[in-house]
Each structure stands twice: as C-alpha cells, then as structure tokens.
Design a protein around this ligand. Structure first.
Ligand code: NDP
Ligand code: GDR
Length: 328
C-alpha cells in the first residue's frame, strides 16, 4: 500500500512542489482545495495525469480551513499517514488589512485541523507538519535566529503563526501526537505568488526587458531576508516527518540580503540598472517591519541531513529566466 498524504494549501507555491516530491516518492496525495470563481490550480495543472491516468494517485477535495466539520469528515474518510498543513492567508502586508481573517485561517485553522486529527481518531498513527515561519521571530532578539530564539512577531500574520506553532507543540505534549513545526525562512521560486517582493521583481524585470512595463513600485528596500529555493525546502518538510521523534526545525540558508541586493541581482541578469526603473510607493510599507532575518539551520543539517544549495543570486537569476521564458 502506498503511503497516503493529505496537504492543505496544495494549490500554493510549497504545496505544488511538495506534491511533486511525494508523487515521485510513490505516495498517494490528497489535497484540500477552495472553491473559487476562477480556477486556482495553475501550479498543479501539470500533475493532472496523476488525477486521471492509469497511475491515479492525486485526489483533490473541496474544503476550507474555516470549515471544521468538513475537515473531520475528510480525515476520517482518508485516514492519511501524513498531514502537511500549508494553507494560510500568507501575505504579511495583507494581514494588517484583514487581521481577523488572518487569525481565523492562519492561526485557528491549525487548531481546526489538529482537533480534526483527534476527533477523527487518527491521532495515534498520523504524522503532522505545521508550516511555521521566520516571521514569528519578528523584532530582532538574537542573530542568527534558531529554534530557541524567542518570538516577537510584528504582524497579525506573525501572531497567528505563533499561535499555530505553540498549539502544535501543545498537541504534541498533550496527546503524544507526532507533530512537527518547520520554522522556514523566506523561500522563493518561479511559482512564488506575484505580490511577494522577489517574484514581483523577477516578473517586472522580464516585462521591462520585453518592453511591456516601464516602472516597478516597491516599499522598504532596506529589509534583510534569508532567501532560499522552495523546491529544496519541501524536501526538509518531508524529512522532518520521517524521523523517529517529532521536533521543530529551522530551514534557512544562513545568509541575508537586502531587497536592494536582490534588485541588483535580478536586473543585473538582463544588464539593466534597477535605479532607472524602481519607484517608491508608501502603500507597500508595513505598519511594523521585520528588519533582519537570518536563520541558523545547523539542527536541520545535523539531524535531517538537510542543506540548502541555491543562494540569493542564483535564485534571482533562475526566477528572472523563468519569467522571461514564460513571457516568450
Ligand atoms: P501560498 O500563499 O503560495 O499558498 C497558500 C495556500 O493556502 C494556497 O493553496 C491557498 O489556496 C491556501 N489557502 C488559503 N486560505 C485557505 C483557506 N481558508 N482554506 C484552505 N486553503 C487556503 O503560500 P506558500 O506556498 O508560499 O507557503 C506555504 C505555507 O508556508 C503557508 O502557511 C505560509 O504562511 C508558510 N510559510 C511560507 C514561507 C515562504 O517563504 N513561502 C516561509 C514560512 C512559512 P488558494 O490557491 O485557493 O489561494
Ligand atoms: P515577507 O515577504 O513579508 O518576508 O513574508 P515579502 O516578499 O512580502 O516581503 C519581503 C520584504 O520586502 C519588502 N518589500 C515589499 N514586499 C512586498 N510584498 N511588496 C513590495 O512591493 C515590497 N517592497 C518592499 C517588505 O517590506 C519585506 O520587508 C514572506 C511570506 O511568504 C510569509 O508567508 C512567510 O512566512 C515569510 O516570508 C517568511
């Protein structure tokens, strides 16, 4: 019998890479999808051979992290071996506009799925992954940030993730659940949502180069981020659930760069000077900013044998190349 995984957020950046990885490993993959007025499956469309063909191992189920009963019913019916909770309102700036909604989905959503695990009776055998975030570190307390660094979130999103993170620890300790949190630093790819800064930049570079865009409006260029490649990070998620004991792990590159440095690398890829195109728009500023993120992934290296391979410049270049190719 193939192992069975259930993924919330399967239509997102990480969900799509994780689905590819698990299908490659022979898993049967079940994903939770939201109903939307336009199709939201662009990132997993290329896998639809696994939905219909002879090797049918990908199954999509309508549901929502806001709907507890559907989660209990699904988990009871599926009896998965592994659950990856990747769904979230994941945009930090937007979380200031919709704090209650962000708390409900990004925070309480994790409570709903953890309770669904207990209620459906699968708690003894299932392994659970929670998508925690470096955004929980927020205001700098320690550099580089590691598993033991105190949290000081700076956004409704960060606060919601702290709630979900501690609840995961609590269910592990209260119910002996095999529950892990991956505290992942920013990870990007050609599948990154277009409103996150790296993808916004790579897409603009491609459009500017092809004469389809003139300017790029951004906010704070001084923030420093530890950017890795999403495809490599989903491997770390999977490895966490294959250990003998559940635990929490930081995944990062241990390098940090400003938004300016990313601009330099992305525009440099097509021999343009970003100063000629980038303009300031205060709408992209946040009421409170996270100034500096740099992660220490030594625990993941030692226990999981996990290493990042793609650093910022290579990442910027592969994203620009992908957007140039997609524009044609
Ligand atoms: P995305 O924003 O690309 O994907 C989010 C996913 O959640 C989408 O599939 C989305 O569905 C789904 N979703 C949103 N709201 C609901 C809901 N109410 N019910 C069910 N599904 C919902 O995020 P990423 O792939 O980048 O990130 C994955 C997870 O990891 C998120 O929890 C994020 O907060 C966290 N994280 C991400 C990091 C990063 O750098 N990428 C770093 C650290 C943590 P739809 O397609 O319909 O919108
Ligand atoms: P972040 O990523 O907030 O770190 O959260 P984002 O790419 O949105 O911002 C990174 C930094 O860039 C600055 N910035 C801008 N950001 C956006 N989105 N748009 C702009 O125009 C812009 N101009 C400057 C921001 O101020 C910030 O400092 C991401 C998300 O994936 C979270 O879900 C995840 O948990 C964290 O990474 C780790």
């Amino acid at each position: 019998m193939p192992k069975k995984a259930f993924i919330t957020g399967i239509t997102g950046q990480d969900g799509s890479y994780l689905t590819e990885l698990l299908l490659e490993k022979g898993y049967e993959v079940h994903g939770l999808v939201r109903r939307a007025s336009t199709m939201n499956r662009g990132r997993i469309d290329h896998l639809n051979g696994f939905e219909h063909g002879p090797d049918k191992r990908l199954f999509l189920h309508y549901g929502d992290l806001a709907d507890s009963v559907s989660l209990v019913k699904l988990l009871y019916a599926l009896q998965p071996d592994e659950i990856y909770n990747l769904a979230a309102q994941s945009h930090v700036r937007v979380s200031f506009d919709v704090p209650e909604y962000t708390a409900d989905i990004t925070g309480v959503g994790a409570a709903r799925i953890l309770e669904a695990i207990i209620e459906s009776g699968i708690g003894k055998k299932v392994r659970y992954y929670q998508a925690s975030s470096s955004e929980m570190f927020g205001k700098v307390q320690e550099v580089p940030q590691r598993e033991t660094t105190p949290f000081y979130p700076r956004s409704p999103y960060g606060c919601a993730k702290v709630f979900a993170h501690w609840l995961t620890v609590n269910y592990r300790e209260s119910y002996n659940l095999f529950a892990c949190s991956g505290i992942l630093f920013n990870h990007e790819s050609p599948r990154r949502g277009e409103s996150f800064v790296t993808r916004k930049i790579s897409l603009a570079v491609a459009r500017i180069k092809k004469g389809r865009q003139k300017e790029l409006y951004l906010g704070n260029l001084d923030a420093q981020r530890d950017w890795g490649y999403a495809k490599e990070y989903v491997e770390g998620m999977w490895r966490m659930l294959q250990q003998d004991q559940p635990d929490d792990y930081v995944l990062a590159t241990n390098e940090t760069h400003t938004i300016r440095a990313f601009l330099e690398a992305a525009f440099g890829r097509v021999d343009l000077d970003w100063h000629d195109y980038v303009r300031f728009d205060e709408r992209h500023l946040r009421p409170a900013e996270v100034d500096l993120l740099i992660g220490d992934y030594s625990k993941a290296r030692a226990r999981l044998g996990w290493e990042p391979h793609t650093r910022m410049k290579a990442l910027a270049e592969l994203m620009v190349d992908a957007d140039l190719a997609a524009i044609g």
